[in-house]
Design a protein around this ligand. Structure first.
Ligand SMILES: [Zn+2]
Ligand SMILES: [Zn+2]
Length: 242
């Protein structure tokens, strides 16, 4: 795994990324009720628990220090190993209420997807997404509301930004101390900054990108593709403003 900022690591799980937010608290008083450890953000495809744990161990981190899992949205490439890791470590799962509704019924998303322009997107859609189907249902222990600040990472916490469009219940997460956005699938940076392969509602997705880009951050990481390492919010605005 790769360190992006003081509190954030990126795990490369093939065509999809997951993330670890590390709690770094100066002293016991600052920690409050928090027992310092890691928050895993997204979990890759089904069967990727060993890969996630192995990448942590390789960096000298203990998977047993993961205290919770956040899933950014219901798609299989982000929720695939959530239930298995939650069960193995006996830790809670957090997500937006709309995501909770889907995964608790074993659904990876809603129907009527809009595929983004380009041959590659058509290909990915036909090969990977079209078949849709179901996921193994699991329960969400804490449901987020838009704007909630989670007392994890550093003293400034992590702001939850509700960003629907790509999928119902989609969240971006802002690590306020590190000025980095976990953008998940609001868009991709796989071969340059661009639309995600598909949206339930692309115009709503565009509004969500601009909503997130209005916050103060310098770097951004994505579910698919490479990090943006500077002026990320301005670059998102330039790319997606009409
Ligand atoms: Zn997705
Ligand atoms: Zn994805």
């Amino acid at each position: 795994m790769k360190k992006i900022t003081p509190h954030l690591y990126q795990l490369n799980l093939g065509f999809v990324n997951a993330f670890l937010i590390e709690d770094i608290v100066p002293d016991a008083d600052a920690a409050g009720d928090l027992v310092p450890g890691f928050t895993l953000v997204d979990t890759g495809m089904p069967g990727q628990l060993p890969k996630i744990f192995a990448q942590m161990k390789k960096t000298g981190k203990d998977p047993r220090d993961i205290h919770r899992i956040i899933v950014t949205h219901a798609h299989t490439d982000h929720t695939g190993s959530a239930a298995a890791i939650s069960k193995a470590l006996d830790i809670p799962l957090w997500a937006h209420a709309d995501t909770a509704q889907l995964v608790e019924q074993g659904l990876p998303g809603q129907a009527s997807l809009q595929v983004s322009p380009g041959l590659l997107n058509q290909l990915i859609y036909q090969l990977l997404i079209r078949r849709g189907g179901t996921i193994d249902a699991f329960n969400i222990d804490h449901r987020f509301v838009d704007g909630e600040v989670l007392p994890i990472g550093g003293p400034g916490g992590v702001k939850v930004i509700y960003t629907p469009g790509h999928g119902a219940g989609h969240l971006a997460l802002l690590l306020q101390d590190d000025r980095v956005l976990i953008a998940a699938d609001i868009c991709t940076n796989a071969s340059g900054l661009n639309w995600s392969t598909e949206y339930e509602d692309r115009e709503l997705g565009r509004q969500s990108i601009l909503k997130a880009a209005a916050f103060d951050f310098d770097k951004a990481v994505f579910g698919h593709g490479r990090p943006l390492t500077s002026a990320a919010n301005a670059r998102l605005r330039v790319k997606f403003e009409r």
